[in-house]
Design a protein around this ligand. Structure first.
Ligand code: HAM
Length: 414
């Protein structure tokens, strides 16, 4: 689990702010999910034979002996929330959430045991239009973040549970014939979840898969039509994508559309956003049949992409330096007056004393463009000395009452 230092946190905040603005502009509403849910919910929704449930959940018994789990993902909790609050049947919903998630994975660059996601879940819309909206929306966000050039969209259709079951049998038959050559992980998955072998990172396994049957050949007519309409709409807006029949996703609940946004700039952990349709899920947890679709993006990975070129977040505008007991008191009060007048100005007060020389060094290092200097004389006369730190020039004495006006005229705020 990684610590986030101020600069990293600023990048996270920048991404969140942009995402929030885009999500609201499409009419999505924020929900808050518990960080802990019943273990049973995740094993039922994510799937017993997935990596997440088999080996990545942080589960523990609470004081009543009930097994609880730190949420490894947000779809399960959202479906539970929507169902429990009567928000699914015969209704259209567009929800989003943000926060920490937990998976016991082997940590490496871009893969952590606590990570942040922003996720979106939609209910009540069966057609490909909403799938396409999700892709338009994410694409718009990449543009806002300035990373669209580094990301590609990969799409696939998984069909219905039945068509996937037929494909699973065909794939298992094909791979059983070359069983001896499979890597250990793939061999383990051959019985439990053979589709996961498709995104194995082992080169030899990928070679073996070259002649394997393709999921697309097993799709039912309804899923085929859904996918064709989806591609047609994408083409109309000329949003580039690649159809990748190997994308199966690591969670069991998907049907029809699945998609991933991938970058080559982060090594092995290149998927920054993934999602798809899950039309059977609400019914599976006991609700009335309701179509669903969504995605989640990993903030840690997006932040890694943005960090090298990140210009910095909020800057200090004004540094208040003061020497002498009265002046130090006055400095705190003057800073409050400035914040009352103009909340967008960032004011840093020199707390902790020191000589003027060292205080002005700190003022310079803070990045502020103006220093306000208070000594006993200024306090006695109701004045402030103003020093422009980024340009040479005389210091000016101005009246304390006029400071608000002076700052508005001399600070360029966006
Ligand atoms: P997921 O593909 O497991 O999907 O995760 C979504 C994204 O979260 C990944 O693409 C990645 O960026 C980020 N992520 C996942 N695990 C880690 C990790 N250990 N460290 C850093 N980042 C990570 C889901 O979670 C689904 N609930 C998405 C969804 C919503 N599908 C439909 N609705």
């Amino acid at each position: 689990m990684q610590d986030l230092l101020p600069r990293q946190k600023e990048v996270f905040r920048f991404i969140e702010d942009k995402a929030r603005a885009v999500l609201y502009s499409y009419g999505y509403q924020e929900i808050g999910l518990p960080v802990i849910e019943s273990t049973h919910l995740f094993s039922r929704v994510v799937g017993e034979n997935t990596d997440i449930v088999e080996k990545e959940m942080y589960s523990f018994d609470d004081r009543n002996g009930e097994s609880l789990t730190l949420r490894p993902e947000g779809t399960a909790g959202t479906v539970r929330l929507a169902e429990e609050n009567g928000l699914t049947f015969n209704q259209i919903q567009r929800f989003w959430y943000a926060g920490p998630f937990f998976r016991y994975e082997r940590p490496q660059k871009g893969r952590y045991r606590q990570f942040e996601q922003i996720g979106v879940e939609c209910f009540g819309m069966p057609g490909p239009d909403i799938d396409v909206e999700l892709m338009f929306m994410t694409s718009r966000l990449w543009q806002e973040l300035g990373i669209s050039g580094d990301l590609r969209l990969e799409l696939n259709s998984l069909g219905t549970a039945e068509s996937r079951a037929r494909y699973r049998t065909a794939l298992r038959d094909y791979l059983s014939a070359v069983k001896g050559e499979l890597d250990e992980d793939s061999l383990r998955r051959l019985d439990s979840n053979p589709l996961r072998i498709l995104d194995s990172k082992v080169e030899k396994t990928q070679d073996l898969l070259k002649g394997a049957p393709l999921l697309g050949e097993f799709l039912d007519p309804d899923s085929t039509e859904h996918f064709e309409q989806l591609c047609r709409l994408m083409d109309k807006r000329q949003l580039p994508y690649v159809v990748n029949p190997r994308i199966v996703r690591g969670l069991d609940y998907y049907n029809k559309t699945v998609f991933e946004w991938i970058t080559d700039s982060l090594g092995a952990q290149g998927t920054v956003c993934g999602g798809g349709r899950y039309d059977g899920l609400v019914e599976q947890i006991g609700g009335k049949s309701t179509p669903g679709v969504g995605f989640a993006m990993g903030l840690d990975r997006l932040a890694l992409m943005l960090e090298p070129n990140f210009g910095g977040g909020r800057q200090t505008d004004v540094y208040v330096a003061a020497v002498g007991d009265n002046a130090r008191e006055r400095a705190l009060l003057l800073a409050e007056d400035i914040r009352d007048l103009s909340p967008s100005i960032t004011v840093l007060v020199n707390c902790g004393g020191g000589k003027f020389k060292s205080q002005l060094k700190k003022a310079d290092a803070s990045g502020a463009s103006l220093a306000l200097i208070l000594g006993e004389d200024e306090v006695a006369n109701g004045q402030v000395t103003v020093k422009h730190l980024r340009e040479s020039g005389e210091q000016k004495l101005i009246s304390s009452d006029g400071i608000g006006k002076y700052l508005t005229e001399n600070l360029q705020k966006e």
